[in-house]
Design a protein around this ligand. Sequence first.
Ligand code: NDP
Length: 248
Amino acid sequence: MTRNCIVVTGASKGIGAAIARALAEQGHHVACLSRSGGLPAGGGVAPEVAARWLACNADVTRPETLAVAFKGLVADGWKIVGLVNNAGMHIDAASADVSLEQWNQVMNTNATSVVTACQAAYPHLVAAGGGMIVNIGSFFDKLGVKRNLAYCASKAAVGAITRVLAAEWAGKGIRAINVAPGYIMTDLNGDVMEAGGPLRAYLDKRIPGREPGTAADVGELVAALYSPAGRFINGETIYIDGGQGIAH
Ligand code: NDP
């Protein structure tokens, strides 16, 4: 039996796990990719929801591992109709000190991988008669955040990649949307954002609603985009940051 599925990268924890959960709760089958190959973390998942997940091992910085994962999905009867490029990383370093190796690591993981994963998904989405790609960017794409040279550049690239693919692939029935979160409590930054952490007092002042978002907030938004409500959205960057990006 062929099952339509949405591939989510970096789905073993954090925002990716929440996206996988929200999509499965909406009835989608979800291929959950990560280097560890684990199922999405977090308890309390209904058995019928977990039954829609399949965990696969892949490193988004190594396109050959993505090709193997996609091939395995097809061999198992999964038809790829969507892709969420969520896997990402962050390095904290003064701009004068960022090494070429660090720059390449962040750009490869956050931006180049979006291109290679989209290219790997393209023939599948065309064969499916169309589909949708959601890229997880960041509201840092429009800010000059100290010690975030490579991260800000990589997320600005994600917005640009999204716009070009949306324009170029629309004729094939493929849409692309960039979801750009603000501060979300996950392992990526939870240590600095938790109550009493170095960033928390600052965030309490800067986020109009006075609290960071949750991974579930982003998961629900992505699931909504995969519902009929998202049908006419294409190429846009949608900020989900509690208003921090527009606050002064
Ligand atoms: P986490 O560090 O909590 O989770 C990252 C996930 O990506 C894990 O599942 C990890 O699994 C996977 N991953 C990391 N590197 C790779 C790789 N090379 N190949 C495949 N999978 C990989 O991060 P978040 O959930 O916080 O972030 C997810 C995305 O959201 C990122 O793109 C991040 O930039 C973006 N974002 C996050 C914000 C935040 O405040 N948290 C704000 C704005 C954007 P494994 O280690 O097993 O591979």
